[in-house]
Write a protein that binds this ligand. Sequence first.
Ligand code: PRP
Ligand code: URA
Length: 213
Amino acid sequence: MESYMENVVVIDHPLVQHKLTLLRNRNTGTKDFRMLLKELSTLMAYEVTRDLPMEEIEIKTPVAPMRSRVLAGRKLGIVPILRAGLGMAEGIMELIPAAKIGHIGLYRDPQTLKPVSYYCKLPTDTNKRDMIVVDPMLATGGSAAEGIRVVKEAGCKTIRLMCLVAAPEGLKLLHEEHPDVRIFTAAVDSHLNEHGYIVPGLGDAGDRIFGTK
Ligand code: PRP
Ligand code: URA
């Protein structure tokens, strides 16, 4: 195994892989793309939250008292990287409706492929939360690395990254810059093309979600 895969979890559940294939298909239109992305995010959220700490509390069922498990103390936040991350955040919120939501606005300069920042609003208690940064595409990794840097700067100690399709180039960059961050993805694709697009990928996620091309 390549060392940059150490912190990477590839979610190969059949439902995830089936829906990802539908999503990748160029014939899938905006409405279905949005729906599939949301469903995929809800399914992937199960894996992303699998190791959340738990504690036992005392309850009474209609039949008997018992000790039963609930999520322990720490609260969660979700940070979509705009625009495409919005489509994923919705799916996670289905499972974790009480999570606070931060937004980080970044677009990738088409010439330099470097992220350009245009918006940032994080929960004021980001330093007390575990954060899930979400963006469907991890290409060069520049956008995710910058988003994670900003969340760390706000004091957050535990960050997970949830994406859908990752390129080896992006995984390598994150391994170098944020080795403490666990990455959850549904696929690791072949490489980036000369325009920085993931091959085979699924095209421009933002444009496909919002119908802007
Ligand atoms: C896309 C995607 C990621 C970024 C990935 O956003 O949603 O944020 O590119 O590329 P990288 O890993 O090389 O940084 P884009 O810049 O197209 O903005 P958009 O979501 O507003 O369309
Ligand atoms: N951003 C996308 O939306 N798709 C890619 O393949 C690369 C960056």
